[in-house]
Write a protein that binds this ligand. Structure first.
Ligand code: DC
Length: 229
């Protein structure tokens, strides 16, 4: 068996959807329940957005941002005592920095550059390791893992997503308003769905789950049922 064939046998669950749909939480819970690896692809785009901003790059300078995507060292580390996975950008712990709304907007801008997506392609594919992978993002089921055995497209109303984000950021002590979050979420949805490369859209074979008003446990159970069936 060739290495490529062996890799194809490793099961993948993709969870795509818009910002704030709960993908991250659901993907982490499902990966934990299955004992599979986890790829938070949004964190990679956020890390590049962060590195580019820190370097003072003009985010519309395609060449400079692509070089930044190619050379930035991004690593994920699970703390030994459990807790949130840490994200290191060129050895600096940027876990909190990459979660700000400013960084989210930078990520969305640089993610629209085709050569940036190419630069991150192999890195994302390299997360496919036994016994399995749960990958969350925008194009996991359409572009990165088109052969995934289970594909989910998770959504929720913009209002509900803004409320969830508001709570998350407030809990982290960040100062935000609900109305500005809603505006940002709607603007990001439009940008992510209308870009020319890998726009946010469900794969033809994805199962759509609308999580508006649905408790997290229920969504996790539904996704687990899909993987196991
Ligand atoms: O999922 P997130 O909010 O952390 O993602 C941040 C941005 O990164 C989002 O606006 C779009 C981009 N992104 C992408 O283009 N493709 C992915 N697979 C994941 C994220």
């Amino acid at each position: 068996m060739t290495a490529a064939t062996a890799e194809k046998k490793i099961p993948v669950l993709t969870i795509d959807g818009p910002s704030g749909s709960g993908k991250g939480t659901i993907a982490a819970r499902v990966a934990d329940a299955l004992g599979w690896h986890l790829l938070d692809s949004g964190a990679l785009y956020r890390a590049v957005g962060y590195a580019a901003s820190m370097a003072g790059l003009d985010l519309s300078d395609t060449e400079a941002v692509t070089r930044c995507a190619e050379t930035t060292k991004i690593t994920f580390r699970d703390p030994k005592d459990g807790g949130e996975t840490r994200v290191y950008v060129n050895s600096h712990d940027a876990t909190a920095d990459i979660r700000t709304e400013t960084c989210g907007a930078a990520a969305s801008a640089i993610a629209a550059i085709p050569s940036v997506r190419t630069a991150l392609f192999e890195k994302q594919r390299s997360f496919r390791k036994a016994p399995g992978l749960v990958a969350d993002g925008r194009d996991m089921g359409t572009v990165i893992f088109p052969d995934a055995g289970t594909k989910v497209f998770l959504t929720a109303s913009a209002e509900e997503r803004a409320k969830r984000r508001y709570k998350q950021l407030k809990d982290k002590g960040l100062s935000v308003t609900l109305s500005s979050l809603l505006r940002e979420i709607e603007a990001r949805d439009v940008r992510d769905a209308s870009r020319a490369v890998a726009p946010l859209k469900p794969a033809a074979d994805a199962v759509l789950i609308d999580s508006t008003g649905m408790p997290i446990d229920e969504v996790v159970a539904k996704v687990l049922e899909l993987v196991r069936s």
